[in-house]
Design a protein around this ligand. Structure first.
Ligand SMILES: [Fe+2]
Ligand SMILES: [Fe+2]
Length: 285
């Protein structure tokens, strides 16, 4: 396991420790899945998720879970636990999440019936959600849980958008009076992350929520349309930028560790791929 350690200082009377995992990307199909999905699972694993040529996903998961249990740390997972939505993946996720104390924020891959086969927009999400939700304990579009006096709020932004409904739910969470740590799959745009994705990682787009439109002119058309923030998304980001109860953001999606300030000074922690054995121990003091 490649364990990062992070301290978040919010003036908590009694410190708490948690383990942040993301992007595990289990690739599975079982007897309830059609034959072509068994081939899809094998291809996705081979092409995207081997570590030094080996499938170590389950081994890294077990190692992280054992570490969390030994240290009495709840797990926070920011999505892409599974790579696509087969019965095999869903049932595996349900089994694993039933064995541990885990609070979960959905990724983009949980809703994906076969990677690369659908336009991932709101109507697709609404079609897939009733298939996906029964495999997960926490409500997938918005959920909250208080742990040790901190309100962890999980918000779906897997398609680079927030809704006014999510902002209203967040306002209600703020009214409860706890310090809040937001969990979401796609990181919020920062210029530094954008530079890393575009220039260092040589990606065609930055895969961030809320990237300013003028910085997206160079994106391929499909990525521009996918990642352009709409009005509710801009309102959501403006709300969290001005809400002092929100102390930090935990995210994933990019498959590498990064931490840095959002434009308004709050820290954002991106945790890398669980399929590579990455985990982040977080102490909140
Ligand atoms: Fe991922
Ligand atoms: Fe993702």
């Amino acid at each position: 396991m490649n364990l990062a350690k992070t301290t978040i200082r919010i003036g908590l009377p009694a410190p708490i420790r948690l383990l942040h995992l993301s992007d595990t990307h289990f690739c599975k199909a079982d007897e309830f899945d059609p034959e072509h999905m068994h081939a899809h699972a094998a291809n996705r694993l081979r092409n995207a998720f081997l570590h030094n040529g080996e499938d170590r996903i389950q081994e890294y998961w077990d190692e992280a879970v054992a570490y969390a249990k030994e240290n009495n740390m709840p797990i926070l997972h920011t999505g892409d636990l599974i790579d696509f939505l087969t019965h095999g993946c869903g049932a595996h996720a349900k089994k694993l999440l039933g064995e541990i104390d885990c609070f979960f924020a959905i990724g983009n891959h949980e809703l994906c019936h076969q990677v690369g086969k659908a336009r991932e927009d709101l109507s697709y999400k609404m079609e897939q959600l009733p298939v996906c939700q029964p495999f997960f304990k926490d409500p997938l579009l918005f959920a909250s849980r208080v742990i040790g006096g901190v309100n962890f709020v999980a918000v779906d932004d897997g398609y680079y958008l927030f809704t006014d409904w999510q902002r209203q739910r967040l306002e209600y969470e703020v009214s409860k009076g706890y310090p809040i740590i937001l969990m979401m799959h796609n990181p919020i745009h920062t210029d530094e992350l954008y530079e890393i994705m575009m220039n260092e990682k040589k990606q065609p787009c930055a895969y961030l929520t809320g990237t300013p439109e003028e910085m997206m002119k160079c994106y391929p058309e499909n990525r521009y349309n996918q990642q352009l923030a709409d009005e509710p998304t801009r309102r959501f980001i403006d709300y969290i930028a001005h809400e002092p109860a929100i102390k930090a953001i935990l995210a994933g999606h990019l498959h590498f560790n990064w931490e840095g300030e959002l434009p308004w000074g709050v820290m954002q922690y991106v945790t890398g791929g669980g399929f590579l054995g990455v985990a982040r121990e977080i102490e909140i003091i």
